[in-house]
Design a protein around this ligand. Structure first.
Ligand code: B12
Length: 433
């Protein structure tokens, strides 16, 4: 090849690089620091705190937790199998005594992803029950959406996508009509999330479709599936913020799982993904990633992997053993004042609350409960404590207690992770979604 040929070849390769979404490696110390945050959670072994997403995230990352990891999967199996077999019994007599232990559709799906992350296929009598249960969940949701697509899933399109993805990585076939509901939702995106696209939901749908496409499942709908992948990719790219995040900082990991290694004819993905990587790095350095669920969605990205890789995971890939972080004891801190406000109850609630600097919003709520007659309730979830009631007002169907910074900025973190600043006013607002 002459000089000109070599130059053209180089330019061609650079051009191709610009077309593909690639995430170059990031500093391994930063990645390790994220991984260390997962370790303490792997010691919480009751069903309420078990989090299959942690296991999936770790297995798709460049890190490992040694014997702890195998033990965690063992406990996941014991708990999930037991509760799902329990579910099958409860189906007949509608006995609610075990209701706390029942995993939701999305949790069951994440458990199936965890099995695949260990290179296992669900099988046997117990495995078949898990698959049937997940299929039944999806059928119920399909019915809730309805033939005219006017209804809503009981859970969310996010969990619907997760359910399809989990069955797909296990090569389990779903009826076209089940996949069709998610296709329709993407094709008419106002159905996805409060009338506008949630990047997380779109990304999860895209991951499910990508899996179906790679696995050659639901071939009759092949063309629609390919178009839907393109639609969600375009929407995610359009949702890129000036700093580089897709949607917000916490939806960027799933968005990148979808975009990574993909190629869109006529679209240069490279620069958009490099910008997102830079934004993620800045957020990592700022300590924005505290939540274990989000960390479990981010770690695969930092290792160039996505949930779609669970179609054929590489269980032999070398991974670095994580060492527990050394805790630095916190010093005595000055007091700050946070205004807590709940206008949507009668009489409206509004009180300044004094807490040590660095306290979480949950600490503020606890203090308010202790001192001012404020009351609240939470339910544990894979993302942490979810606020379900305030001043005795429980959420109804498709309602939630939204956390806002006054006047009108929804918080990007939950009550356990958000750290209010001195003088800040936090509003809890009952809204429909
Ligand atoms: C659907 C969804 C919602 C729905 C949940 C209702 C429903 N029936 O599904 C609605 C719209 C109500 C919602 C509310 C909120 N959400 Co939301 N939500 C999601 C989404 C898209 C999927 C969650 C899911 O189904 N997971 C799968 C199942 C299997 O896991 P699960 O634990 O069983 O699911 C439950 C919890 O996730 C819980 N939940 C939903 N959001 C949040 C947020 C927090 C902080 C907690 C503790 C729990 C929680 O609802 C799920 C259904 O019961 C995620 C996206 C993601 N990347 O995870 C964002 C996500 C988890 N939510 C987020 C946020 C910030 C919130 C709010 C705090 C927003 C606000 N300012 O008020 C509130 C929660 C406030 C509260 N009351 O505590 C962030 C969390 C970021 C972080 N740092 O951890 C995410 C990642 C979205 C994002 N990119 O910003 N959410």
């Amino acid at each position: 090849m002459g000089h000109l040929g070599a130059l053209l070849f180089l330019l061609g390769s650079l051009g191709a690089l610009a077309d593909i979404c690639e995430i170059p490696e990031v500093d391994s110390k930063l990645v390790e620091r994220l991984g260390q945050r997962l370790l303490p959670w792997m010691d919480w072994l009751s069903l309420e705190y078990l989090n299959p997403s942690i296991y999936v995230g770790l297995r798709l990352s460049s890190l490992q937790a040694g014997a702890r990891e195998a033990f965690y999967l063992h406990i996941l199996k014991l708990n999930y199998q037991q509760s799902v077999l329990g579910l099958a019994v409860n189906d007949d007599n509608d006995d609610n005594s075990n209701s706390k232990a029942k995993p939701s559709m999305g949790q069951l799906a994440l458990y199936l992803l965890a099995l695949r992350a260990n290179c296992e296929f669900v099988g046997g009598r117990k495995g078949d029950k898990l698959v049937s249960q997940l299929k039944r969940f999806l059928e119920d949701e399909k019915r809730a959406i309805g033939s005219s697509h006017k209804g809503h899933p009981h859970t969310s399109y996010y969990q619907y996508g997760l359910g399809i993805l989990a069955l797909c990585v296990h090569q389990k076939r779903l009826h076209d009509s089940v996949v069709g509901k998610l296709l329709y939702a993407v094709e008419h995106d106002q159905h996805l999330h409060r009338g506008r696209l949630s990047v997380d939901t779109a990304a999860m749908a895209g991951l499910a479709f990508t899996c179906l496409e790679h696995s050659n499942l639901n071939r009759n709908q092949g063309h629609r599936i390919t178009l839907a992948i393109r639609t969600v990719q375009e929407k995610i790219l359009k949702a890129q913020t000036p700093e580089g995040h897709f949607g917000n900082v916490y939806s960027t990991p799933l968005a990148l799982q979808l975009l990574m290694n993909s190629f869109m004819p006529g679209r240069k993905l490279g620069p958009a993904c490099l910008k997102a990587r830079a934004a993620l790095l800045a957020s990592m350095q700022d300590g924005a990633f505290k939540n274990v669920l989000i960390i479990s969605q981010l770690l695969p990205v930092l290792n160039g992997k996505s949930y779609v890789d669970l179609i054929s995971p590489d269980c032999e890939a070398p991974r670095v053993l994580l060492q527990p972080a050394v805790e630095t004891p916190s010093q005595t801190r000055e007091l700050i004042s946070v205004m807590l406000k709940v206008p949507s109850v009668l009489p409206p609630y509004r009180h300044p609350i004094s807490v040590p600097a660095g306290s979480s919003l949950e600490d503020v709520l606890k203090k308010a409960q202790e001192l001012t007659g404020f009351t609240y309730g939470t339910q544990n979830s894979l993302s942490g404590p979810y606020l379900t009631s305030v001043m005795g007002r429980e959420v109804g169907e498709r309602e939630f207690w939204q956390l806002l910074q006054v006047p009108d900025t929804p918080l990007l973190e939950g009550i356990a992770d958000y750290i209010p600043k001195d003088g800040e006013t936090i509003e809890l607002r009952l809204v429909s979604w």
